[in-house]
Design a protein. Sequence first.
Length: 186
Amino acid sequence: MDLILHATTKYLSGQHDVLGGAVVAKRDDDFFQRIRTLQSAGGAVPSPFECWLVLRGISTLFCRMVVHCENAGKVVEFLSKHPAVEAVHYPGLKNRPGNDIAVRQMARPGGMLSFQVRGGKERAIAVAGKLKLFTRATSLGGPQSLIDHRCSIEPPDSRTPANLLRVSVGLEHPDDLIADLEQALA
């Protein structure tokens, strides 16, 4: 059975105003019918308005993704050269493990990145706390740039580095995002 899961909450709606998802199946067989029964019985059915909001977002998805990706690339370039940054994780970085696969599979490397701050967990939390333009939140795919300290919200046995910050780059001007990161990392 081939299934594809989409979080319509994220990039598809693009405005952080929908909570939902979609399951797409290759075949309408017994297995998929069981999924549909669970969906209906559990009440996991979006309202017409929520569906309209997702369709509205899809109409601008391509344009938004171009800007998300361009902005993320500029932020990554800045962070990669900053002395207070230990490492940057982004599929579009050349000479990084997996870049060859990313280049083959992606037209653009996306608007999500993470970076590790020199100085450990407390320093990473301090950097996130100093940001003015980025909102501290755990989500992605909306017009506003978000940042979160993953280790703080994951279970104690998480393998996420304690100094890692995850960023969803939004649609703000990249110079403004970089200036905000610069002042927070100073």
